[in-house]
Design a protein around this ligand. Sequence first.
Ligand code: AMP
Length: 129
Amino acid sequence: MSSIFTKIINGEIPSYKVAENEKFYAFLDINPNAKGHTLVVPKEEVNKLFDLDEESYNQLMIFSRKIAIAIEKVIPCERIGLSVIGLEVPHVHVHLIPLQKMEDIQFIKKVKLLPEEFEKTAKAIAANL
Ligand code: AMP
């Protein structure tokens, strides 16, 4: 069965898309730690980060870096944090999270955003790529 992220990539489930190329898809996390929290996913459905082949792993990091630089232009923050977990969705994804303080990377406190705010944030990040 396809992962929820494959369904998002295939357009079967909606997402607030930030960017896409032939190998990767970036979109806003629906339950964000902070405004601008973005996920970067390889289109290839691989469970664990370190199961990616070396080239795909490097390309994922290069693509994530571009997205992180764009997020930082849009969201006021100290820096962009990067985390890889995958305990909820077993399809590799990089979390890019605007950080003000250590708790922002801890997946404990969440922020509630309206659909319009997700929409606006995704568009603003995309416009700064
Ligand atoms: P983890 O697998 O532990 O790294 O967490 C999976 C992340 O995916 C969580 O931060 C969820 O909020 C996020 N997530 C799950 N379903 C969706 C969805 N349909 N759209 C956007 N983000 C999602």
